[in-house]
Design a protein around this ligand. Structure first.
Ligand code: RB5
Length: 146
């Protein structure tokens, strides 16, 4: 599995911590920035990561901003991306099992680092259930042709 990871200025420190977690887990990644606390615009990083995942160059994405909300909103504008701001391991698991979430959005200002790490582990280790959920996820991209 290969991960595209990105953040804005509010999220770069948590991103750096999550990169260490990915190293510990032996998961490959590419860092799409940002790499300092200098103010940047989160949609730029959301788009870069979302397009990398939608284009199948990466299996999944992780985005970090202050709340996770702006990143998820922006990432979801890219067709094929399913992103949500996740705040606990239960919804992390369900977002994988039911929604096949492919871009995880995290809020560095609202999550303790330890919980963010647990969310990432759950996001990466939980498979999509498929079945009835595959049919529903398929409808997200548009109505089933008649
Ligand atoms: C930046 O101040 C903040 O607005 C951004 O990180 C994010 O929380 C937006 O959703």
């Amino acid at each position: 599995m290969k991960i595209a990871i990105g953040a804005d200025h509010a999220g770069y420190q948590l991103k750096d911590s999550l990169k260490k977690l990915l190293d510990e887990m032996g998961v490959a990644y590419e860092d799409f920035g940002t790499s300092s606390g200098q103010s940047v615009d989160y949609p730029d990083f959301a788009r870069a990561v979302a397009e990398a995942v939608a284009g199948s160059r990466f299996d999944r994405g992780i985005l970090v901003c202050g709340t996770g909300i702006g990143m998820a909103i922006a990432a979801n504008k890219v067709p094929g991306v399913r992103s949500a701001p996740i705040v606990d391991t239960d919804t992390a698991r369900l977002s994988r099992e039911h929604n096949d979430l492919n871009v995880l959005a995290l809020g560095a200002r609202v999550l303790p680092e330890s919980r963010a790490r647990e969310i990432v582990k759950t996001f990466l280790q939980t498979p999509f259930e498929g079945g009835r959920h595959a049919h529903r996820v398929g409808k997200i991209e548009g109505p089933t042709p008649q």
